[in-house]
Write a protein that binds this ligand. Structure first.
Ligand code: FAD
Length: 292
């Protein structure tokens, strides 16, 4: 059976991926799916299993380095409104996996719910944030998740309760699933005070990062007790570049891609940084960005 049969209204072929990633780099997806609901998503995953097609989830593309070559298999994006809902019930916010984290943060802060204000300025979706346990200043999203709705590769919907969920620094145990949504249980607070805190944090974050209108990505995770950016700077790599990519002069743990940049440039720059930091400090930097 043709892979797309019956899915023509939500699957495209040979979709260029660069425009979906913050780095604006990357080849085309063999298949690109934006299902309209959970039923279509389940049918798609079932066919992927039957036809042995790898599945990749695309959130906001803010933590992805997509290789220059064609990406085989299916890239799924939960962009339909049935995956982007945000509903607040008392102190619990139920949000879809495709919802923007920024919208969830501003909605909850505006309602005087405390917890997510420290995640201000983190781009991407709830799905991406939960998968990588996004966070800032020691606070992370996983702390607030009381349940996560997932779909298995068999197309089965499951609710993972708090007892099953594991979150640690930039990691979760949700790697095998499509994250459909989550319930976050927050605390009651004062909207004006939370807004002030959020704005302050946003200003600090913006000043410490490259400009969002540039094509950018974080490179490495922070090793325990030290920032990757300071190690990179102290290793004398402030001005390091390969081809059309260079380290950001505002934060050395970000890469900035100019027109014509290739994923191979970024990968080479990462290797250069990794080996130099290891040489100088004996510390092995781990990838912060997901590589497809
Ligand atoms: C300017 C800037 C600032 C940043 N600041 C921070 C920060 O302060 N703290 C921080 O932690 N990160 C930060 N990041 C990194 C990034 O924003 C986060 O990792 C973010 O949570 C990624 O979400 P996304 O939706 O963009 O995921 P993507 O980049 O699209 O994907 C990342 C991973 O999540 C998976 N994924 C996405 N959606 C789903 C889903 N629904 N189900 C299952 N898997 C899914 C993808 O397959 C991929 O493996 C920053 C990035 C930039 C560019």
């Amino acid at each position: 059976m043709d892979f797309c049969q019956g899915f023509e209204h939500f699957v495209r072929t040979q979709e260029p991926l660069a425009s979906y990633a913050w780095l604006r780099i990357g080849g085309a997806a063999e298949y690109f799916a934006e299902p309209n609901n959970v039923t279509e998503l389940a049918a798609l995953l079932k066919r992927c299993r039957e036809q042995d097609k790898p599945v990749r989830l695309l959130g906001g593309g803010s933590n992805l380095l997509i290789r220059d070559e064609a990406i085989s298999g299916v890239v799924v994006r939960l962009s339909h409104p049935s995956f982007t809902n945000i509903e607040v019930n008392g102190a619990v916010v139920q949000c879809g996996g495709g919802a923007r984290l920024a919208n969830v943060v501003s909605t909850t802060v505006g309602l005087g719910l405390a917890g997510l204000e420290s995640l201000v300025g983190i781009p991407g979706t709830i799905g991406g944030a939960l998968r990588g346990n996004a966070g800032n200043n020691g606070e992370d999203i996983g702390r607030w998740a009381t349940s996560v709705d997932v779909m298995t590769t068999e197309g089965e919907v499951r609710k993972c309760g708090a007892g099953e969920l594991r979150f640690s620094y930039r990691e979760s145990n949700l790697d095998e699933f499509v994250i459909l949504g989550a319930a976050l249980k927050l605390e009651n607070g004062d909207a004006a005070e939370l807004t002030r805190r959020m704005q302050k944090q946003w200003i600090v974050k913006r000043a410490a990062e490259p400009l969002p209108e540039q094509n950018i990505s974080i490179l490495f995770r922070n090793p325990a007790d030290v920032s990757a950016a300071s190690l990179i700077e102290q290793a004398g790599l402030r001005d390091a570049s390969v081809g059309a990519v260079r380290l950001s002069d505002r934060n050395a743990n970000f890469v900035v891609a100019a027109a014509g940049a290739k994923a191979t440039d970024v990968l080479q720059l990462m290797e250069l940084v990794r080996s130099r930091v290891h040489e100088v400090f004996g510390i092995e930097l781990k990838n912060g960005v997901t590589i497809w």
